[in-house]
Design a binder for this molecule. Structure first.
Ligand code: UDX
Ligand code: UDX
Length: 457
């Protein structure tokens, strides 16, 4: 039996520990957080995050071998293995502002671990961190006069929100990085043994600490780069009457390219992609690799352009003015099946439309609460409406910004009847039946495809 502790009960810590606890009934898993409200929610019937399949697991093992608590110090003292999953946002101040990772929570956590420890422990980096962070953590933890030794292991998470549970249950790979010393290798084995309860050994990949840390940043940079690449092509498609979905299908058939992550969109969002790429950019700059930094930075710049380009297309289609026009935004979560709105491109689209003095109504099945917080500075100008039919009533346009399947099932004839004409529909996720919408009377603007309009100009 091992006492496993996770510090940080967020989108990563919560689901990860729930799956570990479920597969390792002999271990005791405790998740702590400084945020009391969050812990209270984890202990209640209304979990703090929406993630398909999460409730079933948590409700079945909570208070059996999965516990949520705010008593961090006590649980540190009892733990054998500590996963650290606190947030590492982009620095907003000082050196590296806007690019480097803000490691203050990580460092504070490391010091707190040291202060409350009376036995040796394995400390696992679960948060995405800049390369060589483990080294700094080793210095902090191991320069103690208690005679305690801490092994640092990097075990980056690859779960995507909305599919966190299946991603954890059936991972492409689990990555574990550690020191090449005997104790480092033993620490790797201990962590590998946890995952071996349900992950085939061929999918548990071990390597040195720095490779593991860099692999996480690189994986996210490559994924984001594919989206920026197809979005760049989508812009060209809109000008040339080529179709980005057809192009993606054609190139994805090439085994060397593969079909995934080629959906043109209003841009990528989420807490990781932008932050991790900027982190990579900062790291390259730090080592004097200006060209390499510039290469990766372009992925983020392309993403910013994509959001702006979507709004420009809307304005230009709507006779160059959206001032005073009601526009319904379908979706504000950064992707479907999550309540998370961090870095959601929908928020940028919303703000850009507000700048143009449009009347913006946002509808989303799970993310309105978070969106309200994100947009509190402009709250008096935005309408939050859970019912998409009500949101679109008397609107000039609908913009689909999140690919919730709910939006595919709506009766667009009823919606069209209640809108101001000419009615516009901008499908930023290409999830709707554009031909049918056109036949219903909409002027349809799919992303990366020619518009289907009733105008004869
Ligand atoms: C976070 C990071 O953003 C991501 O880069 C990393 O890969 C995993 O951890 P996420 O779980 O989505 O991802 O973040 P968030 O939902 O913000 O959860 C972090 C939690 O840590 C918060 O609940 C916060 O209250 C908690 N925290 C933060 C602590 O308990 N102690 C601290 O000192 C700081
Ligand atoms: C990502 C990584 O996938 C995951 O491995 C890592 O651990 C954390 O970061 P996440 O941010 O939860 O996960 O979601 P992801 O599915 O990667 O989507 C990120 C963004 O890209 C979303 O806004 C999504 O809508 C967008 N996207 C994704 C596209 O625009 N097109 C695509 O083809 C795929």
């Amino acid at each position: 039996m091992a006492n496993i502790l996770c510090i940080g009960a967020g989108y990563v810590g919560g689901p990860t520990m729930a799956v570990i606890a479920r597969h390792c009934p002999e271990h005791r898993v405790v998740v702590v957080d400084i945020n009391e409200e969050r812990i209270a929610a984890w202990q209640s019937d209304q979990l703090p995050i929406y993630e398909p399949g999460l409730e079933e697991i948590v409700f079945s093992i909570r208070d059996k071998n999965l516990f949520f608590s705010t008593e961090t110090n006590r649980h540190i003292a009892e733990a054998d293995i500590i996963f650290v999953s606190v947030n590492t946002p982009t620095k907003t101040f000082g050196q590296g502002a806007g690019k480097a990772a803000d490691l203050q929570y990580w460092e504070k956590t490391a010091r707190q671990i040291l202060e409350n420890s009376t036995s040796a422990k394995i400390v696992v980096e679960k948060s995405t961190l800049p390369v060589r962070t483990a080294e700094a953590m080793e210095y902090i933890l191991n320069s103690n006069d208690k005679g305690l030794f801490f092994d640092i292991v990097s075990n980056p998470e690859f779960l995507a929100e909305g599919t966190a549970i299946p991603d954890m249950e059936n991972p492409d790979r689990v990555l574990i990085g550690g020191r090449e010393t005997p104790s480092g290798q033993q620490a790797i084995r201990t962590i590998a043994d946890i995952y071996a309860h349900w992950v085939p050994s061929a999918n548990i990949v071990t390597m040195n600490l720095w490779s593991s840390e860099l692999s996480k940043l690189t994986a996210n940079a490559f994924l984001a780069q594919r989206i920026s690449s197809i979005n760049a092509i989508a812009n060209l498609c809109e000008k040339t009457e080529a179709d980005a979905t057809e192009v993606a299908h054609a190139i994805g058939k090439d085994k060397r390219i593969g079909p995934h992550f080629l959906r043109a969109s209003i841009g990528f969002g989420g807490s990781c992609f932008k932050k991790d790429i900027l982190n990579l950019v900062y790291l390259c700059e730090y080592y004097g690799l200006e060209q390499v930094a510039g290469y990766w930075e372009q992925v983020v710049k392309m993403n910013e352009y994509q959001k702006a380009s979507f709004v420009s297309r809307m304005i230009s289609a709507m006779f160059n003015s959206v001032a005073g026009k009601r526009i319904a935004l379908f979706g504000v979560a950064f992707k479907a099946d999550t309540s998370d709105t961090r870095e959601s491109p929908a928020l940028d689209v919303c703000r850009a439309l507000l700048e143009e003095q449009a009347i913006v109504v946002i509808s989303d099945p799970h993310a309105l609460e978070n969106a309200r917080l994100d947009l509190k500075d402009v709250a008096d100008k935005v309408i939050f409406e859970p019912d998409p039919y009500a949101a679109a009533k008397e609107a000039h346009a609908i913009a689909v910004l999140t690919e919730w399947s709910l939006f595919k099932e709506l009766d667009y004839k009823t919606i069209h009847d209640a809108m101001i004409k000419p009615a516009f529909l901008f499908d930023g996720r290409n999830i709707l039946d554009h031909k049918k919408l056109y036949e219903t009377g909409f002027n349809v603007y799919p992303l990366g495809k020619p518009a289907q309009t009733h105008f004869t100009r």
